[in-house]
Design a protein around this ligand. Structure first.
Ligand SMILES: O=C(O)CCC(=O)C(=O)O
Ligand SMILES: [Fe+2]
Length: 187
């Protein structure tokens, strides 16, 4: 006879000091309840991307496009930032003092970003909502290649070089609201 622990019977969560105050409490549990966090917020496709020999889409030269987050993550990020409610007017671009931020495009507020380089070695740009349904227009255009990514996919990362080759612009959002989160990696 042997005892096997290969069947999964569940797992323990750390519920000490679980903070119910934030709007989306589970979003803040990345450190204490990482297992659950990953199941809720990490796109299963991401695990395939990080496998050796996986192929990653390249919609424009040296621009990589792959799933990282779930729909739920994207939605909760939007409601968290809207709840916080402090949006800058985009006039600090470039240069920017902070390296991780959300961009909200609205026709009558900040509809686009003019062509610029990012102060990063590379940038990741995550789409949080859906063209066609949530907004019209929008997308990111790489000027040197005259190549645009406009059919954004929720929770997917667009990753591109920041400083040198990839002058880029945020194309005008003509209706609705477009949300992205952006990180300047290695600023
Ligand atoms: O709208 C986009 O996809 C581009 C955003 C961008 O270039 C930036 O925030 O630095
Ligand atoms: Fe940019």
């Amino acid at each position: 006879m042997h005892v096997s622990n290969r069947v999964e019977f569940g797992h323990l969560i750390d519920n000490e000091e679980f903070n119910l105050v934030p709007l989306n409490p589970e979003l803040w549990e990345i450190e204490k309840n990482r297992w659950d966090w990953e199941r809720r917020y990490l796109n299963p496709g991401y695990l395939e991307v990080v496998e050796a020999n996986s192929t990653v889409e390249m919609p424009c030269p040296d621009v990589y496009w792959f799933p990282v987050f779930t729909e739920r993550f994207s939605q909760e990020m939007i409601t968290t930032f809207e709840d916080f409610g402090k949006w800058s007017d985009g006039t600090h671009d470039p240069p920017r003092a902070i390296m991780n931020f959300m961009v909200r495009y609205k026709p009558d507020e900040q509809p686009f970003l003019r062509p610029h380089h990012d102060t990063s070695t590379y940038t990741i740009n995550v789409a949080l909502n859906r063209p066609g349904d949530d907004y019209q227009g929008g997308g990111c255009r790489f000027v040197r290649y005259n190549c645009s990514v406009t059919d954004s996919r929720v929770g997917w990362v667009l990753m591109h070089p920041g400083r040198l080759t990839h002058l880029h612009e945020g194309l005008p959002t003509t209706h609705g609201t477009r949300y992205i989160i952006v990180s300047f990696v290695d600023p």
